[in-house]
Design a protein around this ligand. Structure first.
Ligand code: TRP
Length: 444
């Protein structure tokens, strides 16, 4: 499989990119972040960010990828020159680091799927479920072992290549995930007390709209759209030449938002119905979902299918992260796909294991109160990804705007007005917002 291969269709590209966007960010991170940041006061800024800087940065990444072709480094070099190639390499590093700890959470999904196979996940006692999650993450052997399992699956898909591996998996299992989530939502909403969760999600309260909630919403926008790590540049390079970039990008954003809102609706009503705290942290999804299933006829069968879909959602995102690094090594180091994936398999296993152990034996190692896992997530989400967004915004808004504009025009009849809006967002709005976020992250 050469890195010059293409998606079989526009739909294939959209599904694969949505597969990258929709993952643990939407289903695992969104509910507990929304829970901890005041519900609607987090969700509304997230929606606004997604449809302003989010969509336009997605468009810019895809446009640069299609123009430049090849890995993110190759594409940024050809569109922006040697300095931007270096910035592209930083994107490769970002994707690599994210994948190392993402794979640990992916491992939790494998673990719960394994429990579901044994019929052990439909428990209604919150304390048992909390202890179960706590034991999983603090047991080093278990946590490293499941991380290894998830990482190995990811590597297996990427070795298969873009079309054969990524596109086929996304096409069938993403729609199934949506249907299952809808079914769980219906059950959750009919539990007594569930309405409190809906109110929490949609009842906007001004006093919750803190600068912290807004900044977290921006960080989450980057995370959920897979921005700032070179993924959409890489996927864009496989996009057929005549496809409309803005149209595809809008689809990606709509699907990503829809997944996050559905996940919120799946978790939050149940949290209220079972009398739990909405700011319950990273275990929230893993503790709440089994309780819902314990209130469903044939719950263990539903649970099994749910964890299959959750795993696939996590896998398609992890695959996109690995594809960035693999395409880079193929293009820039002339390695075969197999060799590149194997190197990553070993390196990611080692780095990810440190994250996995940071919940147990190495939990004493902290920087500013964060264990190794939290530290990597903090640095990637608050600094490396927004920095990647800044790089793309300056390249697309200033240096390469004529090239990017020409890419935006393909397949569309845009008047000058809308192109001016895109240009303004890239050249001014996105850089300013990212710089404000940096300032807040460092000194706020
Ligand atoms: N968007 C994915 C999710 O929400 C995670 C992800 C995949 C990602 N690729 C990324 C995050 C690149 C940042 C950068 O689960």
């Amino acid at each position: 499989m050469s890195s010059n291969s293409q998606w079989s269709s526009r739909v294939g590209f959209i599904l694969a990119s949505a597969g990258s966007a929709i993952g643990l960010g939407a289903i695992w991170k969104f509910p507990f972040w929304a829970g901890a940041n005041g519900g609607a006061a987090f969700i509304i800024p997230y929606i606004i960010f997604t449809f302003t800087i989010g969509v336009v940065l997605v468009m810019a990444e895809v446009a640069i990828g299609r123009k430049g072709r090849g890995s993110v480094v190759t594409a940024l070099r050809s569109v922006g020159g040697p300095w931007y190639a270096l910035m592209g390499a930083l994107g490769v590093l970002t994707s690599f680091v994210i994948l190392s700890y993402y794979s640990v959470v992916g491992g939790w999904c494998v673990a719960y799927l394994w429990d579901a196979v044994g019929g052990n996940v439909t428990i209604s006692d919150p304390q048992i479920l909390k202890d179960h999650f706590g034991n999983l993450v603090s047991n080093g052997y278990l946590n490293v072992g499941w991380h290894f399992a998830f990482l190995t699956l990811t590597c297996a898909v990427v070795i298969g290549g873009v079309e054969a591996g990524i596109e086929r998996v996304s096409k069938y299992l993403m729609p199934m995930l949506f249907i299952l989530m809808l079914a769980i939502i219906v059950r959750g909403l009919t539990l007594p007390g569930a309405w409190g969760g809906v109110e929490y999600l949609f009842n906007f309260q001004w006093e919750n709209l803190t600068s912290n909630a807004i900044l977290n919403a921006m960080g989450f926008t980057f995370f959920s759209l897979s921005l700032g790590g070179g993924i959409l540049v890489t996927y864009g390079s496989y996009l057929p030449g005549k496809t409309s970039v803005p149209h595809s990008s809008l689809w990606i954003a709509v699907l990503a938002i829809q997944a996050a809102i559905l996940a919120g609706l799946m978790i939050m009503p149940a949290v209220f119905a079972f009398g739990m705290e909405p700011n319950g942290g990273p275990g929230l999804v893993f503790i709440t979902v089994p309780m819902i299933f314990s209130h469903v006829p044939f719950g263990s069968i539903f649970a099994f299918f749910f964890y299959v879909c959750l795993l696939v959602a996590a896998l398609t995102s992890a695959v996109s992260l690995l594809e960035v690094v693999t395409a880079f090594m193929q293009n820039e180091w002339n390695l075969s796909r197999k060799k590149a994936v194997t190197i990553n398999w070993v390196a990611l296993f080692l780095l990810g294991s440190v994250s996995a152990l940071s919940f147990g034996v190495w939990s004493d190692f902290t920087v500013g109160g964060r264990n190794f896992f939290d530290l990597l997530d903090y640095v990637c989400t608050n600094f490396m990804m927004p920095f990647g967004g800044l790089v793309i915004a300056t390249l697309a808004g200033w240096k390469a705007w004529p090239v990017v504009r020409e890419q935006f025009r393909i397949g569309n009849n845009f008047g000058p007005g809308i192109l001016k809006v895109f240009h303004f967002i890239l050249a001014f709005l996105a850089p300013i917002l990212v710089l404000v976020a940096f300032y807040q992250g460092l000194f706020g």
